[in-house]
Design a protein around this ligand. Structure first.
Ligand SMILES: Cc1cc2nc3c(=O)[nH]c(=O)nc-3n(C[C@H](O)[C@H](O)[C@H](O)COP(=O)(O)OP(=O)(O)OC[C@H]3O[C@@H](n4cnc5c(N)ncnc54)[C@H](O)[C@@H]3O)c2cc1C
Ligand code: SF4
Length: 328
């Protein structure tokens, strides 16, 4: 399959990148950002919502900075996984992504902003034509969603990136820059339910970096992932958990956070479950059951939704294994 032609722009500063994107917005021209290209380029080959202009972030030095509290958007997943100051939960999630080769090109920003996936959409053009398309790439046919019928407004494609939950349980902030200036927010507020819009990024806006709070090292935890093949597959379910002991916590010193990925169109923090668990002194088994009941996968990835839900319970118990003795 041939990649359709596009014009490539290679700014060397954030300001220049925003200037180029602002120009496209003013002229009503479509464009995409590209980082490592490990997802965007395969999607272009499959003719999935391609754009005539692509702006590369690969020459912007400011986006490559990495230290224990600051992760630049262009930091390669391989470097993040192998940097000794990276928090162990993030290292484990980063090391689980794809293969060594892909991790050496794939970036943190590209992983966070990863397009949502669905087996009716991530297919060759001929395949999609044979089913008369779907809402996410409808080729001007007003095709319906193939997963939830009789509505062509909301795409429920699944967010299948690994990094977000490990960053969410460490309370990461995401930093954005665009034509209207810079802003930041908790990563848990970055994602949007519609699988086409995906997140709060406005036109012309980029992720510049993520920050992790100074107290992250007081938190311990784990990331557990279900995938078809360990060697390089997207997650079919992912659970990150983090805990710490502090004088201000509701349950005699224990704080707990759990986040999931690959189960819905957004990764999600489950504060409702962890707050309730601490107040009611729930066991690990009880927390895992509540998490299974809280996630709502749909039928658009390799494994069926019911199996993924059951596996969430298993992954949650494994992720909380370090708390055995504290929670029964
Ligand atoms: C075989 C295979 C296996 C894979 N397995 C996994 C897996 O197990 N887990 C997983 O999480 N991923 C997996 N991936 C997906 C992908 O490789 C990674 O998620 C990678 O981190 C994407 O980063 P990238 O820099 O290559 O993104 P790109 O392909 O360059 O971009 C991805 C998207 O993010 C946008 N984007 C990139 N950077 C920015 C930025 N700074 N600001 C705003 N938007 C931005 C792009 O416009 C594009 O929409 C796999 C891919 C392949 C091909
Ligand atoms: S969830 Fe529906 S609209 Fe979205 S990609 Fe799948 S079939 Fe298409």
């Amino acid at each position: 399959m041939k990649t359709p032609p596009f014009k490539l722009f290679q700014p060397t500063t954030i300001e220049e990148a925003i200037e180029i994107s602002s120009g496209f917005i003013q002229n009503n021209e479509q464009f995409d950002w590209i980082a490592g290209g490990t997802d965007l380029l395969p999607n272009y080959k499959w003719h999935l919502n391609t754009k005539p202009n692509v702006i590369s972030l690969a020459l912007i030095e400011d986006l490559f900075h990495l230290d224990s509290n600051h992760i630049g958007a262009m930091v390669r997943l391989h470097d993040l996984a192998n940097f000794e100051d990276t928090h162990s939960i993030i290292r484990k999630a980063a090391a689980s992504i794809a293969s060594v080769l892909i991790r050496q090109s794939g970036t943190v920003g590209g992983n966070i902003a990863l397009d949502t996936r669905c087996f009716w959409y991530n297919q060759a053009e001929e395949w999609r034509r044979s089913i008369d398309w779907c809402h996410k790439c409808d080729c001007d046919t007003s095709a319906d969603c193939r997963v939830i019928a009789n509505q062509n407004e909301l795409c429920v494609a699944t967010y299948q990136a690994d990094l977000a939950p490990s960053l969410m349980v460490l309370n990461a902030q995401i930093h954005l820059c665009g034509p209207d200036g810079s802003r930041n927010m908790p990563l848990s507020e970055f994602f949007e339910l519609d699988g086409i819009k995906r997140n709060v990024l406005k036109q012309g806006e980029i992720i510049t970096h993520l920050t992790i709070s100074e107290d992250a090292n007081n938190w311990k935890g784990d990331y557990q992932k279900l995938s078809l093949r360990d060697s390089w597959d997207f997650p079919e379910a992912g659970v990150a958990a983090a805990w710490r002991y502090s004088a201000q916590s509701p349950d005699d010193g224990l704080d707990l956070r759990i986040a999931t990925t690959a189960l819905e169109s957004i990764p999600r923090l489950h504060d409702n479950i962890t707050n309730d668990a601490l107040i009611n002194k729930s066991t690990i088994d009880e927390i895992a059951i509540k998490l299974r009941l809280d996630v709502k996968p749909v039928n658009n990835t390799t494994f069926p939704p019911n199996y993924r839900k059951k596996m969430v319970e298993v992954l949650c118990k494994k992720a909380l294994d370090g708390l055995k003795g504290e929670l029964t």
